[in-house]
Design a protein around this ligand. Sequence first.
Ligand SMILES: [Zn+2]
Length: 77
Amino acid sequence: MDEDDPHEPRPVLRFPHSRTPPRSTPGGFTDLGTGAMARHLRMREAGMTGHWCSRCRGVWFGYALEVECPRCGNRHG
Ligand SMILES: [Zn+2]
């Protein structure tokens, strides 16, 4: 199910394990790719956190502490 894991430290966007459109986001979202830090560290997808970019209106995935959108460089969410 899509219930939040109570053990997670803070609410995060779920990584889309499948390409089916998420039910909670009408119209879906743009996949902005993977953050530079996560790529550098060769993180597994399961260890990455979803980050919303308001400028791109999409979600990118990366290390939990990363703040910079890999698409446009926006650091303000
Ligand atoms: Zn962006």
